[in-house]
Each structure stands twice: as C-alpha cells, then as structure tokens.
Design a protein around this ligand. Structure first.
Ligand SMILES: Cc1cc2nc3c(=O)[nH]c(=O)nc-3n(C[C@H](O)[C@H](O)[C@H](O)COP(=O)(O)OP(=O)(O)OC[C@H]3O[C@@H](n4cnc5c(N)ncnc54)[C@H](O)[C@@H]3O)c2cc1C
Length: 400
C-alpha cells in the first residue's frame, strides 16, 4: 500500500521461501476492507470462495445453531472470503513486486536494531552468511510471534499475557464432510473431542483443527492423527478414507506487546499481539493494524500528520486488542469445550444471539458488520483534511 503511493519500501524476509504452513484461511470484513485498499481482494476472491455458513454442532453431528454469510452480497468489500494464507502471501508479494518503489529481500534475517532521532536501522544476516546494516525513516516489525524486533525493543521475555494449556493441531485434509451434512465451517462442541472443520479450497480441501495432548513432536502428532480422526470425525474414518496434505501443531497465546511504538520502530500483526485462531481474529486483527499504520505513515509522508499519530496508532490498536480481539477470541475457544454441550446451548449468550440472527436478516447483517469495530480510521488525526481513503470511503476530516 505504501509503495502504491510511491513511497520507497524494502521488505525483509528471513526465510528463502514464503511460509506455507497451515494457518489463516478466512478473512472477515475488516481484513477484506484493507485487502481491497491494497488492490488484492479481487484476485483473492477470484481464486478463493465465499463460505456460505458457519455452524456449531454436537459430536454426534446434530446442529446447535448456525449463521449465514449470504446476507452480505459477494461484491461487497465486507463479505468473508476464504483462501489459504500461503497463496494470499504469494498474491501480495506479486503485487508488491509490480511497484517501482518496492523491493523484497528474501533470506534477510533481522538480528539486531538501533535508532537515532532521525533514522532507524536493522542488522541483518543473509542466507549466504553476509552481515548488512539497512536503514530507513521508519521500520515496522511484522516478523511474527517470536519477533526479533519486539525482543530487541522490549526484552526477550517481555510479551505480556498468557499461554493456553491446550495444544492444537491444524491439518489440511481431503475428506468428504459434505456427505455428513457439514456446512462450509463447523465448530464441534465437546469437552475432549472439540474441533473445527472448515472447507478451505474450491477443490474440496478441508482444515481440521483439533486438540491433542501437549508437548509432542510434529512426527508424534502425525502418528496420532489417524487415531484422533477416528475418535472425532463423522463416519469414524480409516486412513484410506482421507488424504492428508499437511499438519502443524501450535501452542496458543493471548498476548499484547506493552507498546506498538518505540520512536521509529512500529509493531504490527503477530509481532504485536497473539490470540487463539478460533473465530479468525489473528490475521484479521493484524491486517487492521496494517491499514491503520499505512494511513498514519502516508499522513506523515505527505505532511498531513505529525509523528504523534504513531502514538495514537499504538494506543488505538492496543485498545482494540484488549476490548475486542482478546475477549472475543477467548470466548470463541472456551465455548467449544468448557461446558456440557447440552447446558451451553441454553445459557451461552452468543448462541442466543445466533438464534435471533437465523430469523432476523437485518440483525444478522448488523452483527456481522460489527466486526468492523476492529478497524479504525487514523485519517481523522490528520492536521489537514483528506478527501478519500484510496477510493474506498469518502470522508471529511476535521483537525484534531
Ligand atoms: C491453525 C491456525 C489457523 C488460523 N486461522 C486464521 C484465520 O482463519 N483468520 C485469521 O485472521 N487468522 C488466523 N490465524 C492467525 C494467523 O495465521 C496469524 O495471525 C498470522 O499468520 C500472523 O501474520 P504475521 O504476518 O503477523 O506473522 P507471520 O505469519 O508469523 O509472518 C512473520 C514473517 O516474518 C518472518 N520473520 C520472522 N523473524 C524474522 C526475522 N528475524 N527477520 C526477517 N524475517 C523474519 C517469518 O519468516 C514470516 O514470514 C490462524 C493461526 C493458526 C495457527
């Protein structure tokens, strides 16, 4: 987005290849809004698909409640779209490389940093073993959960929050869930055999994310997978009944950095905050960060904002995590296993709202657009009025 505005951007990626582990697939309204501004949403929509509905079920397959996504039209920038992250990253990097003012440096691992009042730099180790020092006006650490930038700024063990004692395994698999009446996304509520099964590609690949015993190696989880699938999934499949593509075990955390700014360094995405993946708020929150940071940096570049807008960025994005991402993602996960499914059906506030949404289309639309609260318009802090935000939304801004 910055390079589309003619701003010089260097992207440093520590690995030689883009990441293709099974992770995010679903992008809801706030992410779609920014992906449209970055001019990549149409391509993501063309290769991905629009999940029709999401529902909650008991282990025997009986449906508790469901939400339809079809109330939002497909040409809206707010309609949830699904495409595995590995492909989304490729689409974004293809778009980045089209810009004359951008550079993508693979195999450039950040190992240290420094800054003065007028400049910031990172020390980099390349995959061919060279050391480099790269400078910029501002540097954004979006280097994931173990962010070297965050560690260098605030200390190795300074990432306030907590770690779930539950272990999850995310698997990509071909198995005919539709035969059992499963919808595009299904959350199974059960004290032990809770899981999520969601269709993630047009050709029928599914993501099954489930719980397992903690602290095993990837190979040990791979060995246990047929047993876990037989225990959990409809039809009690044998290995011959499904085709496994990939698995990734993950520890889950609810954490937020103490600040998303340290003078000329900013944090965004998993480097800034973590949540469990149930409900798809991790990357969506990260993309909402990036949209806000983009508006802030463009404002500074054009002289429409002074750099105190970056303090506002840190304040607002931390607040959105604390009041939205953290509590909602925590509830989304607990809802799957913490109570007797029979009891939770009667008492869970979200299930009650979902029942209302099933019969009230207007309320359903309103509720789903409520996710836009994750986003924040930083152009309102410009000193000078801005006409539009990249053609998506016209707005008149008053000085603040
Ligand atoms: C199973 C699972 C399912 C999920 N599903 C969803 C979903 O449907 N929707 C959703 O919104 N979220 C989802 N999430 C969360 C989402 O995947 C993450 O929030 C998101 O990938 C974080 O993106 P990021 O770019 O901030 O960090 P990362 O994806 O971790 O990327 C960081 C990048 O920085 C590079 N890097 C690391 N260190 C350095 C260094 N020192 N120097 C240079 N480069 C470095 C890494 O190689 C990597 O390419 C899911 C997560 C999991 C585990």
């Amino acid at each position: 987005m910055l390079s589309q505005q003619g701003i010089q951007v260097q992207v440093l990626e520590g690995e030689d290849k883009l990441d293709n582990q099974p992770r995010a697939c679903h992008y809801s309204a706030p992410a779609c809004f920014e992906l449209a501004r970055a001019k990549v949403l149409e391509k993501i929509k063309a290769e991905g698909f629009f999940p029709g509905s999401v529902c909650w079920r008991k282990k025997d397959g009986s449906r508790i409640v469901g939400l339809s996504n079809t109330d939002t039209p497909e040409d809206s920038p707010y309609r949830m779209v699904c495409l595995p992250l590995g492909r989304v990253i490729e689409i974004i990097s293809e778009e980045l490389l089209k810009q004359g003012t951008s550079e993508l440096l693979m195999g450039h691992k950040v190992i240290g940093l420094g800054q003065t009042n007028s400049l910031a730099w990172v020390n980099v180790l390349t995959s061919s073993g060279d050391s480099q020092k790269l400078e910029a006006d501002y540097i954004v650490g979006c280097d994931g959960a173990n962010s070297q930038i965050r560690r260098s700024l605030f200390g190795d063990w300074e990432f306030p929050g907590w770690t779930w004692d539950k272990q999850i395994v995310a698997s990509n698999v071909y198995y005919d869930f539709e035969k059992f009446g499963y919808e595009d996304a299904n959350f199974i509520v059960h004290p032990k055999d809770w899981y999520m099964a969601a269709k993630i590609t047009r050709d029928g690949m599914w993501r099954v994310t489930y719980g397992d015993v903690p602290d095993l190696t990837r190979e040990q989880y791979l060995e246990r997978l047929p047993m876990r699938f037989k225990e959990m999934l409809p039809g009690q499949p044998e290995p011959i009944d499904f085709k496994l593509v990939n698995i990734g075990p993950y520890k889950m955390h609810q954490r937020i950095a103490k600040s998303l700014r340290s003078r000329r360094f900013l944090l965004a995405g998993d480097a800034a905050h973590l949540c469990n993946p149930f409900g798809g708020l991790g990357l969506t929150g990260g993309i909402a960060d990036v949209g806000g940071l983009y508006d802030s940096l463009v404002g500074i570049h054009r002289g429409q904002a002074d750099d105190s807008i970056l303090d506002k960025y840190s304040e607002v994005r931390r607040e959105r995590y604390q009041n939205f991402v953290d509590p909602i993602s925590t509830e989304n996960f607990r809802r799957l296993w913490s109570e007797d499914p029979e009891k939770i059906i009667e008492t869970d506030e979200f299930f009650m709202l979902a029942r209302r949404m099933a019969i009230d289309k207007e309320f359903s639309q309103e509720f789903q657009l409520g996710a836009m609260a994750l986003q924040h318009d930083f152009t309102q802090y410009y000193k000078v009025a801005d006409g539009e935000r990249n053609g998506i939304k016209e707005k008149t801004v008053t000085a603040k």
